[in-house]
Design a protein around this ligand. Structure first.
Ligand SMILES: *Cc1c(COP(=O)(O)O)cnc(C)c1O
Length: 412
């Protein structure tokens, strides 16, 4: 077998991604190295996933320990790591029950199916379930991202992700994010669920206003709709709270989490109350790999670390360093219109003169040795490890400064 290269991608992979030229082979903390020994500072965290950096020793130890014990038993029997992780999530959040799966989309799929099921259960007459409950509508928001299964991508609602996949699941409508009046009008007694990101990630790194989430909670209580917080990106310590809902002081009925929960190992979970959970009766929903011992052993170690005061307080300290460094770059070059976000999910919206250039800047940053993300064509996104060393923050920002300088010199 000859060594693989970036060119191999085009020969053997489905072309639904366009990966960069850099092919990392090892990672340690917030540094990635390729075969040639080139090192990048990681400000991307694999799209807000590697919340503890690469190969965190405590997480590696948990995985290795479990690898020698038990990998898979299906859901015909339960297993200790799953029970342990669920117990921790229940102890640390509003939730009373947990459903495990393998990804964010699956967690949202479970949440939306549960909401439909709850509504349908309430309308059963003489043991007969309606084909489509009267209360079946789902309200979601413009610029949302909820995943790529047909149901969750329909809830995502962005044209570019939907084209060519119809017919789509019915009953999902979108209203503008942070527009409480529009949401209040859209949420009615026909609404079974409202799904919202407390901070939109893919859609541009846009935090919800407190009044918006409070208003959604109030309107859901008035109409009987369930409030679903998609915390797949904003959760697991990303905002400096274990989950962003804690920062807002607004509690959902259902919360979905994935990405950072496994810090790089695939896992997702849907958290809810006992009262709602009981509608998922035996056999009504399931997954082969959900709750597998390897993923849950990792998740358990991750939750212990990221829910510690030390890690969460460190997020605020790093947030401040990023904002300061980015503002300094902007004072020199004037490329950003706004620097926003919470904790270690930060977005720099490009000034109108540089609209659409986020992709070019991400490529230039890679050239200068720092890995970033986009959130749409106009926003640079930063989602580094929650424990990124301060020295790497400094060095990465220095490299970004050089990339922006090169960009500006070329644009002038
Ligand atoms: C990434 C993401 C998802 C989808 O998660 P997958 O693991 O890719 O299926 C859903 N919602 C939000 C907010 C996300 O950021």
């Amino acid at each position: 077998m000859p060594a693989t290269t970036r060119a191999t991608f085009d020969q053997v992979m489905v072309p639904s991604y366009a990966p960069g030229a850099f092919v990392p082979v090892t990672g340690k903390g917030s540094r990635l190295k390729d075969r040639s020994g080139r090192v990048l500072i990681d400000f991307a965290g694999g799209i807000a996933v590697t919340a503890l950096g690469h190969c965190h020793p405590v997480v590696v130890k948990a995985l290795k320990r479990q690898a020698d014990r038990l990998w898979h038993v299906s859901n015909v029997v339960t297993n200790e790591p799953a029970l342990e992780l669920a117990s921790k999530l229940v102890a640390k959040t509003f939730a009373e029950r947990v459903f495990f799966c393998n990804s964010g989309a699956e967690a949202n799929e479970a949440a939306l199916k549960l909401a439909r099921r709850v509504a349908s259960d309430h309308e059963i007459v003489k043991g007969k379930r309606p084909d489509v409950a009267k209360r079946h509508e789902i309200v979601a928001f413009t610029n949302a991202f909820h995943g790529r299964t047909l149901f969750t991508v329909t809830a995502t609602g962005q044209k570019k992700y939907l084209e060519g996949y119809g017919p789509l699941p019915a009953g999902i409508r979108h209203v503008p994010y942070n527009d409480l009046a529009a949401a209040t009008a859209a949420i009615t007694k026909r609404t079974c669920a409202v799904i919202v990101e407390p901070m939109q990630g893919e859609g541009g790194v846009t935090p919800a206003t407190k009044a918006f989430l409070e208003g959604l909670r109030r309107r859901c209580d008035e109409t009987g709709a369930l409030l679903v917080f998609d915390e797949i990106q904003s959760g697991a310590g990303r905002t400096g709270a274990l989950y962003a809902y804690m920062k807002y002081g607004v509690t959902p009925d259902i919360l979905t989490t994935a990405k950072g929960l496994g810090a790089g190992f695939p896992i997702g979970a849907m958290l809810t109350t006992e009262k709602l959970a009981k509608h998922f009766t035996v056999g009504s929903h399931g997954t082969t790999f959900g709750g597998n011992p390897l993923a849950c052993a990792v998740g358990s170690a991750v939750i212990d670390l990221i829910s510690s005061k030390r890690v969460l307080a460190g997020v605020d300290k790093r947030h401040a360093a990023f904002v300061k460094g980015l503002a300094k770059i902007n004072a020199k070059h004037g490329v950003f219109r706004e620097i926003r976000g919470m904790g270690l999910l930060l977005g720099c919206e490009l000034a109108p003169a540089h609209a659409g250039k986020a992709k070019d800047l991400v490529a230039l940053a890679e050239k200068h040795g720092v890995m970033l993300l986009q959130a749409g064509p106009d926003v640079l996104r930063f989602a580094p490890s929650l424990v990124i060393p301060m020295a790497d923050v400094k060095e990465g920002l220095k490299r970004l400064g050089k990339a922006v300088a090169e960009y500006c010199a070329a644009a002038a």
